[in-house]
Design a protein around this ligand. Structure first.
Ligand SMILES: C[S@@+](CC[C@H](N)C(=O)[O-])C[C@H]1O[C@@H](n2cnc3c(N)ncnc32)[C@H](O)[C@@H]1O
Length: 318
C-alpha cells in the first residue's frame, strides 16, 4: 500500500486518475450515475465508500446529503494511510462537506469494521476490483442490511484508460530495464558527483561527454521503435530525469533516487489497475461469489461523454 499512501499524501487531487477540472470531484455523467444510486435511500441511511482515496465519491454523497436535506451517515475507508482532511483543508469549498464524512485510513475492505446487517449502501469507484474479491464480497454481504445494495464502478479491460496504462507500463519497463536508460543516467550522475568532488566540471570531462552521447544514442534508438502514444509517455516520464543531466549538480544523484522511487510507485499503481480490470473471467468470478450467497448481480457499461468508462455492478439479496 506504500505506493497508494505516497500518492494520496502528495496530491491534492480528489481522485486517482484525473487531473485538471476532473481532479476536483466527480461531475457530469459520473455524478449523475451516483446521484441516481442515492435517490431512494432512507433519510437516516448508513453509506460506506470502499477504497475512497481522497474522498471524491464520499464528497459527492455528502453534497447530495446537503442538497436533499438528508441525515445520511457517510463512512469512507481505504487500505492506504490516506489523509484526506489535510488535502481538503486547502480546498475550503469542500471543508464543510468533508466534516460529515468519517474517514477510516488503513482499513481494508476485506475486513470491514462494521456490524452485521448495519449498512444501507456500499459504494466503490475503481477500488472494489483491487481487493481480494473472495473476502471483500463476503464482507459486503455480511454488513449490508436486508434490502441493502452494493454498487461499484469498476475498470474494464476495454477502456481507453486501460489501453493507455498498458502503454505507460511498457515504457516504464524499457526505462527500468537492466542497463536501460535509467541505469545509464544513474551512472552518469554518480560520475558527476565524483567529478565535482575532484573539482572538475562534467562538461569538460571526456568520459562524461562520451557516456552522455551513448545515452542520447540509446534514447534515440528507443524512440525510433515506439508508437506515437508510447513516445508521448516516454517524453512525460523521461523529462524529469533528463533535466538532472542538463544542469548537472553534485546533489542530483539524490534527486534521481527520489524520482526513481516515485516512478516505481507510479508503476505499481498502474500495475494494480491493470490487474484490477474486469475481464469476462473476473466478471464470472464476481457473479459466482455473490450468487452463491443468494445475491443477484447486474452489470452495465458506463459511458462518459460517449466513451466506455467502466462497468457498473449492482448487487443485492434476491
Ligand atoms: C484507483 S484508486 C480509487 C480511489 C477513489 N475511489 C477514486 O475514485 O479516486 C484505488 C484505491 O483503492 C484502495 N485499495 C486498494 N485495495 C484496497 C483494499 N483491499 N481495501 C481498501 N482499499 C483498497 C487504494 O489504496 C486506492 O486508494
Amino acid at each position: 500500500m506504500e505506493h497508494w499512501t505516497a500518492y494520496w499524501q502528495a496530491t491534492t487531487s480528489l481522485n486517482s486518475f484525473a487531473e485538471g477540472e476532473a481532479a476536483t470531484g466527480y461531475q457530469g455523467d459520473l455524478a449523475h450515475f451516483w446521484q441516481t444510486q442515492l435517490a431512494d435511500l432512507p433519510t437516516d441511511a448508513l453509506i460506506a465508500d470502499l477504497g475512497t482515496g481522497n474522498g471524491a465519491l464520499a464528497l459527492l454523497v455528502a453534497g447530495q446529503r446537503q442538497s436533499q436535506q438528508k441525515n445520511w451517515r457517510i463512512l469512507a475507508l481505504d487500505a492506504a494511510a490516506i489523509r484526506p482532511q489535510q488535502s481538503l483543508a486547502q480546498q475550503p469549498r469542500y471543508a464543510k462537506l468533508a466534516a460529515v464524512i468519517r474517514f477510516y485510513p488503513q482499513v481494508a475492505m476485506e475486513q470491514l469494521p462494521f456490524a452485521r446487517q448495519s449498512m444501507d449502501l456500499l459504494i466503490s469507484q475503481f477500488a472494489l476490483e483491487y481487493s481480494k474479491l473472495e473476502l471483500s464480497l463476503a464482507e459486503a454481504v455480511r454488513v449490508l442490511k436486508p434490502g441493502g445494495r452494493l454498487v461499484a464502478i469498476m475498470h474494464s479491460h476495454e477502456t481507453a484508460l486501460a489501453n493507455d496504462s498498458a502503454l505507460a507500463l511498457s515504457v516504464m519497463a524499457a526505462l527500468n530495464a537492466g542497463n536501460g536508460i535509467l541505469d545509464r543516467i544513474q551512472q552518469l550522475l554518480q560520475l558527476v558527483t565524483h567529478l565535482y568532488a575532484q573539482q572538475q566540471l562534467p562538461e569538460q570531462n571526456a568520459g562524461f561527454l562520451q557516456a552522455n552521447r551513448q545515452l542520447m544514442a540509446q534514447v534515440k534508438h528507443y524512440q525510433q521503435q515506439i508508437s506515437a502514444a508510447e513516445a508521448d509517455w516516454f517524453q512525460y516520464l523521461f523529462a524529469p530525469f533528463a533535466a538532472l543531466l542538463f544542469q548537472p549538480k553534485a546533489e542530483n544523484s539524490q534527486q534521481f533516487l527520489l524520482l526513481r522511487q516515485q516512478l516505481g510507485y507510479y508503476r505499481q499503481r498502474l500495475a494494480d489497475q491493470q490487474a484490477a480490470c474486469i475481464t469476462p473471467l473476473r466478471r464470472q468470478l464476481i457473479d459466482k461469489l455473490l450468487q452463491q450467497q443468494g445475491w443477484q448481480t447486474s452489470w452495465q457499461e458506463l459511458r462518459v461523454e460517449g466513451e466506455l468508462f467502466g462497468l457498473t455492478l449492482t448487487s443485492f439479496a434476491g
